[in-house]
Design a protein around this ligand. Structure first.
Ligand code: ATP
Ligand code: MG
Length: 202
């Protein structure tokens, strides 16, 4: 699979190019990508074993997870979505997403559940987190939208053995040959695209 050569490009340049590419996908290409990705993901033993999982509602051309969310519901998994913390506005909370969940739009215009304390699922209760990304490489490095949200949630887990499995989900066109990373960037355990499952060696 072709990956984007990153030489000489800053993180900002890469974000711009990759976001333009994913936003140029046709609705048909988006639909097919979401379907193929769900097929790959739901076959994985790691997915089948997980009882509590986090997903996201797509934004800015990200690959959609609706089929994955439906599959989680059918399998009676507890499924959560990220919500911007009401007081600590650079942090995320994860809230249970079920049939009656009321959604609102956050300051980035991304849909998220309306905050209800009983719906909070502590991060450590998840076995698996599906993470949106702007770019990834085969080593599991992740470039996000630039808010550092997931890196902040994960920072306390840097030296802990027990944490949820981190799976980046992306279109094939988000594959970069080598991402420039920063010390706070938390690597992914796996990346799934419509055509590939990447399992970085560590
Ligand atoms: N653990 C942390 N504590 C405080 N600030 C952090 C932490 N991790 C990242 N940041 C800050 O967040 C900012 C954005 O980080 P980065 O460029 O890696 O975002 P990203 O991973 O692309 O975003 P996102 O995860 O929201 O999609 C950086 O300025 C960085 O200093
Ligand atoms: Mg980062």
């Amino acid at each position: 699979m072709a990956s984007l050569p990153s030489e000489g490009l800053s993180r900002g340049d890469l974000r711009k190019r990759l976001r333009t590419q994913r936003n140029s996908l046709t609705p048909e290409a988006q639909h097919d990508a979401a379907h193929m990705l769900a097929e790959q993901l739901t076959k994985l033993p790691e997915w089948q074993r997980a009882n509590t999982v986090a997903a996201y509602l797509e934004n800015d051309g990200e690959v959609g997870l609706q089929a994955v969310i439906n599959s989680a519901n059918q399998a009676d998994k507890i499924l959560s979505l990220p919500v911007i913390h009401p007081f600590n506005r650079q942090h995320l909370l994860f809230l249970r997403y079920h049939q009656n969940t009321v959604l609102t739009r956050n300051r980035f215009n991304i849909q998220e559940p309306v905050l209800r304390c009983p719906d909070v699922v502590p991060f450590s209760h998840h076995q698996l987190i599906l993470m949106p990304l702007v770019g990834f490489d085969a080593d599991g490095n992740r470039l996000g939208m630039g808010g550092g949200f997931y890196d902040r949630v994960l920072a306390p887990y840097r030296h802990r053995e027990n944490r949820p499995l981190l799976i980046g989900t992306a279109h094939d066109c988000q594959h970069v040959d080598h991402l420039p990373i920063e010390p706070w960037d938390f690597p992914l355990d796996m990346v799934i695209t419509p055509s590939h499952v990447f399992r970085p060696a560590r």
